[in-house]
Design a protein around this ligand. Structure first.
Ligand code: TRP
Length: 337
C-alpha cells in the first residue's frame, strides 16, 4: 500500500523494567495517537541502551517488557511498524557512514553527551555514548522520516540529523529526507513525587518519586500517598507555591481527561489527603487494563516474537533501500552474490 501520510519515527530505550508516567505522558501516549494520522515507525532502541553497561539477561528482559508495554498502551502492529532496533542491521551500518561525515567538534557540542559524560567521568564514558546522537541520526534517515516526535531534550539530536542529511545530500546528491522535529507539546508536565521541582525521570535519586506503569496497586498507592506536598491545606493549582499539589493535579488531569479547574472545584473544602487517596484509586483503575494487556503479551512470548518479526521485516524493507542507495552514492562497490 502506498502511503501518503507523513512518516514519523521515534524510539525509546529499554533501560528499565517499566516505563514511568513521565515516559507515557511525555511521549508514548502521543505515539499512540499518531498511528492513524501518520505512517508511524516506532522502535525499542537496544543499540542505544548499550552505550552504558547493561546486564545481558536484564537487557533482554527489559526489551521484551518495553515492547509488551508499548502494545499494552495501544500501539497496534496493524497500524504502525513496531520493531527492535538491533533486528535491523542497517542502523549500525548507516551509523558508520554518518560518523564519517560528522565533525568531532560538532559531536562534542551535544549537550546531552556533555551532561552524561560529566556525571560519569571520562573513564566510564564510552565512545558509543559519544556517537549516540549519530546512531540516532541513522535511525531517522534510514526511514526517510518527515517528522520525529520527541521531547524538547532531543531537539538538538534532530537538528544534527537535519545538518547531516543536508550535508550528505549536498555532497553526494539527494538521498535523505530532511526531517522536522515534532516536539511533543507535553500533555502534562510531570514531576517527581518526592521532589516536585525535578522532572519525573529514571535518573532520580529515589524510586519513591517515580510512578511506574507496571507498579503493583499497593506500591503506586503508597507513592501517591507519600507524595511531598507543602504544609497548607487548600487544594489549588500554583506551581510556584504548591509544586507538589499542582503536580498531583496535573497527573490526575492528564490521566482522567478532566481539567485542572474542574478538579480544584471537586476538591473544594477537602484536604490534600483526599486528593492523594482519590488519585491513587483513579490511577489503579486507569492502569489496570494497560497492565493486563502488557501481561498477556509477556505471557505469550511466541506471539510477541511474531509481532517483532513482522515489524522488523517491514522496517528492513525500507532500511535496505536507503542503505543500498547510500552505499552506491558513496562509491562502495556493489556486492555481487
Ligand atoms: N535518544 C532518544 C531518547 O533518549 C531515543 C531515540 C533513539 C530516538 N533513536 C531515536 C528518538 C530516533 C527519536 C528518533 O529519547
Amino acid at each position: 500500500m502506498v502511503s501518503h501520510r507523513p512518516r514519523v519515527l521515534s524510539g525509546i530505550q529499554p533501560t528499565s523494567g517499566s516505563f514511568h508516567l513521565g515516559n507515557y505522558l511525555g511521549a508514548v501516549r502521543q505515539w499512540v495517537s499518531l498511528q492513524d494520522s501518520h505512517d508511524a515507525f516506532y522502535m525499542v532502541v537496544d543499540l542505544h541502551a548499550i552505550t552504558v553497561e547493561q546486564e545481558p539477561a536484564t537487557l533482554r528482559e527489559n526489551t521484551r517488557t518495553s515492547v509488551a508495554q508499548l502494545l499494552g498502551v495501544g500501539l497496534d502492529p496493524e497500524r504502525c511498524t513496531l520493531f527492535v532496533q538491533s533486528h535491523v542491521a542497517e542502523h549500525a551500518q548507516l551509523a558508520w557512514v554518518m560518523n564519517c561525515i560528522t565533525g568531532f567538534g560538532e559531536a562534542s557540542r551535544m549537550t546531552q553527551f556533555k551532561d552524561k559524560s560529566a556525571k560519569q567521568g571520562a573513564d566510564r564514558t564510552t565512545v558509543g555514548l559519544f556517537t549516540y546522537p549519530v546512531l540516532q541520526v541513522a535511525d531517522i534517515l534510514l526511514y526517510q522520516a518527515d517528522q520525529v516526535p520527541v521531547g524538547e531534550d532531543q531537539r538538538q539530536h534532530v537538528e544534527l540529523t537535519r545538518d547531516l542529511a543536508e550535508r550528505f545530500n549536498h555532497r553526494y546528491g539527494q538521498t535523505f529526507t530532511v526531517p522536522n522535529p515534532y516536539i511533543l507539546k507535553e500533555t502534562a508536565k510531570i514531576f517527581d513525587l518526592q521532589d516536585p521541582t525535578a522532572k519525573m525521570s529514571k535518573s532520580a535519586s529515589s524510586p519513591k518519586g517515580i510512578v511506574n506503569l507496571l507498579d503493583e496497586a499497593k506500591v503506586s498507592a503508597k507513592k501517591f500517598k507519600s507524595a511531598v506536598t507543602d504544609t497548607g491545606t487548600v487544594v489549588s493549582f500554583d506551581e510556584k507555591e504548591k509544586p507538589g499539589v499542582s503536580n498531583l493535579l496535573s497527573i490526575y488531569s492528564a490521566i482522567s481527561g478532566r481539567t485542572v479547574a474542574e478538579l480544584v472545584e471537586h476538591f473544594d473544602g477537602k484536604m490534600y489527603g483526599a486528593l492523594k487517596t482519590e488519585l491513587a484509586e483513579f490511577f489503579t483503575e486507569w492502569v489496570a487494563p494497560i497492565q493486563e494487556r502488557t501481561r498477556t503479551y509477556l505471557d505469550d512470548p511466541a506471539q510477541l516474537d511474531a509481532i517483532l518479526a513482522q515489524g522488523a521485516e517491514k522496517a528492513r524493507a525500507v532500511a535496505e533501500q536507503t542503505l543500498t542507495t547510500t552505499y552506491d552514492r558513496i562509491g562502495f562497490l556493489p556486492a555481487k552474490r
